[in-house]
Design a protein around this ligand. Sequence first.
Ligand code: TRP
Ligand code: SF4
Length: 330
Amino acid sequence: MNAKKRILSGMRPTGPLHLGNFHGALANWIAMQDEFECFFFIADWHALTSDYEDTSSIAGYVEQMVIDWLSVGLSPEKCTLFVQSKVPEHAELYLLLSMITPVPWLERNPTYKDQMVQLKNKDLSTFGFLGYPVLQAADIIIYKARGVPVGIDQVPHVEITREIARRFNNLYGEVFPEPEAILTETPKILGLDRRKMSKSYHNAIYLADSPPDVRRKVMQMITDPQRKRRNDPGDPEICNVFSFHKMYSDKQVIENCARQCQSAEIGCVECKQLMCEGLLRTLEPIHAKQQYYRQNPELVKQIIEQGSSKARKVARQTMDQVRRAIRIDY
Ligand code: TRP
Ligand code: SF4
């Protein structure tokens, strides 16, 4: 018996990971590896809910995501890393849960309503898109996970998961524990343009960006917007470059930059160069591991096959119980 509390979380393979993902979800996952029994997976079927028309990038994004996860320090020895579509039991549970999920629960899901408005260029009037939270519920409860580390935007989905689990238990008998959301802190750094760092805003620095790309992007960063000229004093506390300094620079550099910014002794270009050195120092070991895994695709494949087959064992056990509970077990 594993005495550790089991947690589970997933990411859709929608593109390479950036610093926002790294300091948000991933840092949280890495910190939880020792304390919890962790299941982390790539939600490739969920990517299809909005990107079903052009599926050409998904396979590449899945592979890249596994490499990024391994490169930032998620360990296949400590956690079960897997891909959703390699555990087809998720789909079976999803189907069964869909039988008991009232459509109004899905229609009033805030994410559903938001995305409908935001992604106007895509036809999201599909069954699969409406059913997104049912698939997510299946992902979570098939492992009887107690905790789900997610960002605040995912809390409604965990809430629907609890409601579905409760309804299942009421109808067929106690099978599923109700999972709880474990909130991920939002990273304090912003994108190049001071908006939230996001792939869709084109303001992100990626874990896979080459050093010259990182330098170029850092030079584009918006600093203290009030500091128009080199001789104007700046305010580090409202400057995103300074937020990066706090994450990546040594104490001495941070103190010097803060002081010299306020007295206009340092210009933003020089300040950015100093920060960039710290950032690249952090990225260096990640890049080395990315390169190692890229050169060993068989190893990456093997890690995912092993993780998925471990996950599948657990999922199969739950499905035996589920079929018995519903009496579709002949
Ligand atoms: N919906 C989540 C997101 O977009 C991804 C996801 C799918 C997930 N299934 C999950 C997260 C199960 C946690 C648990 O971020
Ligand atoms: Fe920001 Fe540095 Fe420029 Fe000050 S000197 S505004 S901290 S980039």
